[in-house]
Design a protein around this ligand. Structure first.
Ligand SMILES: Cc1cc2nc3c(=O)[nH]c(=O)nc-3n(C[C@H](O)[C@H](O)[C@H](O)COP(=O)(O)O)c2cc1C
Length: 232
């Protein structure tokens, strides 16, 4: 089955049947999430996996009582950095350089550039930026689950502050961003399973542009190369 076939097969499952997802399928989904691209490769997020029923019951209570939270096999909790710090960014870049056999100093200019960009934008912007990165990983997990014929419901419907407290995230440098229950659909009790999948029509979704359609914009190029690695 192609990626598009799998994306058509999947849907935001409303009722799961409690069947366990095999470990190798779970591992595959988690690996797809880990392989996600992220801004500057910082991966400012991680995943907590929960299958403990007592804990899932508590999470359901702060997630609008959505039944998938307790009827799933595993709940993936995506959490993202609450801010960017010199140490966090340095740790990631140093690890990357070690893995590539390059000196840590290779990234010094690039690191200084992004920190000087992010710092004045404040911690709220930084947390939001990190959270956006976690959504990309989340999408990878959803697509990988579909490929494995595992149902997954994207869930933003929970109270992050309460979940952070429950999972003892406060003071950890991470905040919860998203939930992804994984499991199997209970077709007989799911109102959405046979509904037509509806998306914005292609002609409204996709716009082609040329220079003729663009504004008269005379800004000189900045000459900055924030997006590329220095040749050191
Ligand atoms: C970021 C995000 C948050 C969502 N939160 C919820 C949620 O809390 N509960 C739920 O049942 N569905 C949730 N959905 C599912 C969407 O309603 C669903 O993906 C959308 O209507 C498209 O339908 P489909 O996924 O079945 O194709 C969420 C989807 C996304 C992408």
């Amino acid at each position: 089955m192609s990626l598009l076939d799998n994306l058509n097969w999947r849907y935001a499952t409303k009722k799961m049947n409690g069947t366990k997802v095999p470990q190798e399928k779970l591992d595959y989904i988690l690996e797809a999430a880990r392989m996600s691209p992220s801004s500057s490769g910082l991966q400012p997020y991680k995943i907590i996996v929960i299958s403990d029923k007592a804990l899932l019951e508590k999470i359901k209570g702060i997630s609008w009582n959505q039944s998938q939270i307790t009827d799933c096999s595993h709940l993936l909790v995506f959490v993202a950095w609450d801010k960017y710090t010199n140490k966090r960014v340095s740790d990631v870049f140093n690890y990357t350089m070690d893995e590539r056999g390059l000196p840590h100093s290779t990234m010094d200019d690039y690191k200084a550039n992004i920190l000087s960009l992010y710092e004045p934008l404040g911690e709220e912007w930084q947390a939001h930026h990190a959270s956006k990165q976690s959504y990309i990983s989340f999408a990878m997990a959803i697509a990988a689950a579909a490929e494995q014929k595992v149902d997954a419901t994207p869930v933003e419907g929970f109270v992050p502050e309460k979940l952070d407290k429950l999972l003892k995230l406060e003071g950890s440098g991470y905040k919860s961003t998203l939930l992804l229950p994984l499991g199997y659909r209970e077709e007989s009790e799911d109102w959405l399973v046979n509904m037509k999948k509806v998306r914005t029509p292609k002609e409204d979704f996709i716009t082609e542009m040329t220079i003729e359609d663009a504004a008269d914009f005379d800004e000189a190029p900045s000459g900055k190369t924030i997006g590329s690695l220095p040749n050191k």
